[in-house]
Design a protein around this ligand. Structure first.
Ligand SMILES: [Zn+2]
Length: 343
C-alpha cells in the first residue's frame, strides 16, 4: 500500500495522461486493490488534485504498519563526527577542572540541544592524588511520552589525561568517542522513538592521575553508577561505551570481559555491513568506564581500539584519525542499536 501511494505521488499531469493509455487490466487491478485510486483518477483535472494526492499519501504513509524501518546506520556521517573532534581538539588539553574542559562542555551541550536532546549536568567533587577535584558528567535524554524512561546507555569520556610534561590534546583518547557520540545523537534525534530509549552520558575524569585503582581514575563513571544504585540500574538493559574509535588503521578490540551476547551482536552487525575485519577480541580485560556500570548490573560493552601506538603521548593528534574509521564504528553501532539492542 505504501509503495503504491508513493508511486502515484511521483507522477504529475503527464503521468496521469500516460496512465490513461496504460493497460486497462493494470488500472482496474489498482482500482480493485485500492479504491482511492479511482477517486484520484476523477480528481486529476482539478487544481486541488496535487494537494489531495499529497494528503492521501501522507495519511497512508503514516498509517502503514508494515512500512520499512529506516536504515539509521546509513545516516551516520564520519565527516561530521570528525568535525566535532576537531572542534574539541582546537580547545587544547581538556583535563578535569580546566577552563578548556568547561568550553568543551558548552560545545557538547549546544550540539546535543541542536539535535533535540535535553542535557543535565551532574557535578561532584572527589578526592584525587592531586587533592579535591571538581568533575561534571553530562547526561542527555530525549523528550518524549515514554513513561518508562530510557533503557539503554551510550557513553564516552570527554576529559583528557592530565600531563605536566607534554601537551596532550587527546584527539583519539577523549576526543574521537565524544565526536562519535555527538553524531550518533544527531542521527538518533531524527528518530524520536529510538532516541527516547537512549540516555547519552559524557563522563568526566576517566583518566587516572597516577594509576587506575579504586581511588584513581573512572571518577565520572564511578559516581554515575553510585548515583544510579541498584534500583536505578534496573531501568537499563545495557550500554555501549566508546573509547578511542578514530584511529586511521582501525582495529576495534573488544575486551575479554565483554558481555558475550553483546559482543556476538556487535560482530554480527559488523558482518552485516561488511566491516567485520575491523573488529576483534582483545586478549585481556580493560579498565575503562564500562566497569562501574557492569558492577551495578548494566551489561556494558567497551567498543575500544587499544592498538593505538600514540596512546597517552603528545602524538595523539588529529592526523592519526580518519572520518572513515569514525564512520565504521558509528554505522556498526547504529546498526547494532536498530537491529539488536532496541528491537
Ligand atoms: Zn586515556
Amino acid at each position: 500500500m505504501n509503495r503504491v501511494a508513493i508511486t502515484v505521488a511521483g507522477i504529475g499531469d503527464a503521468g496521469f495522461a500516460n496512465l490513461r493509455g496504460a493497460d486497462r487490466d493494470h488500472r482496474s487491478r489498482l482500482q480493485r486493490r485500492w479504491p482511492a485510486f479511482s477517486f484520484l483518477l476523477r480528481l486529476r483535472r482539478s487544481a486541488l488534485a496535487p494537494f489531495v494526492v499529497l494528503f492521501v499519501v501522507l495519511t497512508l504513509s503514516a498509517e502503514s504498519p508494515g512500512a520499512p524501518q529506516a536504515k539509521i546506520w546509513e545516516e551516520f556521517s564520519g565527516e561530521k563526527a570528525l568535525a566535532h573532534v576537531q572542534r574539541l581538539v582546537d580547545l587544547g588539553p581538556r583535563p578535569p577542572g580546566s577552563g578548556a574542559i568547561e568550553k568543551s562542555r558548552d560545545y557538547i551541550e549546544n550540539q546535543l540541544r541542536l539535535s533535540g536532546w535535553q542535557v543535565t549536568r551532574q557535578a561532584f567533587t572527589d578526592d584525587t592524588p592531586r587533592g579535591k577535584v571538581q568533575f561534571l558528567n553530562l547526561i542527555a535524554r530525549f523528550p518524549g511520552q515514554r513513561s518508562t524512561g530510557p533503557s539503554f546507555l551510550l557513553c564516552s569520556h570527554y576529559d583528557t589525561k592530565t600531563f605536566d610534561t607534554i601537551r596532550f590534546v587527546g584527539a583519539n583518547d577523549g576526543g574521537s568517542s565524544t565526536g562519535l557520540l555527538l553524531e550518533l545523537g544527531r542521527v538518533l534525534g531524527r528518530h524520536p522513538n529510538l532516541a527516547a530509549k537512549i540516555e547519552l552520558v559524557f563522563f568526566d575524569g576517566e583518566e587516572a592521575y597516577e594509576h587506575f585503582s579504586e581511588h584513581d581514575g573512572l571518577y565520572g563513571s564511578r559516581y554515575f553508577a553510585r548515583q544510579l544504585g541498584g534500583s536505578g540500574a534496573k531501568q537499563f538493559r545495557g550500554g555501549i561505551l566508546f573509547d578511542m574509535v578514530g584511529n586511521r588503521s582501525l582495529k576495534i578490540t573488544l575486551p575479554a570481559d565483554s558481555p558475550a551476547e553483546m559482543a556476538r551482536d556487535v560482530f554480527a552487525s559488523a558482518e552485516a555491513l561488511k566491516l567485520r575485519s575491523h573488529f576483534t577480541y582483545l586478549d585481556r580485560e580493560m579498565i575503562d568506564d564500562h566497569m562501574p556500570l557492569n558492577e551495578i548490573g548494566i551489561p556494558t560493552i567497551d567498543v575500544i581500539d587499544f592498538s593505538f601506538p600514540w596512546w597517552h603521548t603528545a602524538e595523539d593528534t588529529m592526523d592519526k584519525l580518519s572520518a572513515q574509521s569514525l564512520q565504521i564504528v558509528g554505522s556498526v553501532a547504529a546498526y547494532y542499536l536498530s537491529e539488536f539492542a532496541l528491537k
